[in-house]
Write a protein that binds this ligand. Structure first.
Ligand SMILES: C[S@@+](CC[C@H](N)C(=O)[O-])C[C@H]1O[C@@H](n2cnc3c(N)ncnc32)[C@H](O)[C@@H]1O
Length: 221
């Protein structure tokens, strides 16, 4: 999963999302502020945020394989193998922006570590994301109304202040669709015979919709 994710991101397929995400985080974070990336993975999104800035940064991920790559990409970031469901190894009121890109969220801990007036920025896929190839790639079904589910899951500590849709088309080969399948939660499961067959039947290139929402939250006081 880690290798598939890195190859896919390195190929630039999600560049518009990375640009929009880093712009959002930079607008919310003071010039010498601190950014924490929960579930940083290979560190690609955090890299876009911190490059050519004076930010302090922390990347947390439960996978040491992912984090090893993140540490190489972001040598000035404090990269820690950590389960975000546990209390975070970060002082209260010390982080200006917490970012979470397709990774688990611990609202109580995020609220504790954020400075007053700090923000939580979350990227989630919309129902339209990868719709053209979801079946062929054997991707797990998207939950209906992810937007409201996200707001509800954070409601004890956060309120939404802004939400931006980022949608673009990606021309993908069957090999790249296969990579997408590997880098998501479906990558944990053995590939079914139907998925293998559906992948083999894909056109040499498919225009696949990438569709996300970048949601900004503030703490409830
Ligand atoms: C879909 S990947 C996203 C990685 C990265 N944010 C990106 O978009 O490239 C989800 C990441 O969350 C990490 N993760 C899953 N459960 C976690 C947990 N309980 N604590 C910390 N990280 C976790 C995984 O190891 C994985 O790197």
């Amino acid at each position: 999963m880690v290798a598939a994710r890195q190859d896919f991101l390195d190929a630039g397929h999600y560049a518009p999302l990375m640009d929009a995400m880093s712009q959002t985080v930079r607008l919310l974070t003071p010039p010498t502020g601190t950014v924490l990336d929960a579930g940083t993975g290979t560190g690609a999104y955090l890299h876009r945020v911190v490059e050519k800035t004076s930010y302090e940064s922390i990347g947390l991920d439960i996978s040491k394989f992912a984090l090893r790559k993140a540490a190489r990409l972001n040598p000035n970031t404090l990269n820690l193998v950590w389960d975000v469901w546990r209390p975070l190894p970060v002082a209260a009121n010390s982080v200006d922006t917490v970012m979470v890109v397709f990774a688990p969220r611990n609202p109580a801990e995020f609220a504790r570590i954020l400075v007053p007036g700090g923000h939580l920025v979350v990227v989630v896929p919309t129902a339209a994301h990868l719709a053209e190839v979801a079946a062929a790639a054997g991707l797990l079904n998207h939950q209906e109304n992810k937007h409201q589910a996200l707001i509800d899951s954070l409601a004890t500590h956060f309120t939404i202040t802004e939400s931006t849709m980022v949608e673009f088309a990606m021309p993908l080969t069957p090999g790249q669709v296969s990579q997408l399948a590997l880098m998501g939660p479906a990558g944990h499961h053995e590939r079914s015979a139907e998925t293998t067959k559906a992948l083999a039947e894909l056109a040499p290139e498919t225009a696949v919709t990438a569709s996300f929402e970048i949601c900004v939250f503030m703490q409830i006081h």
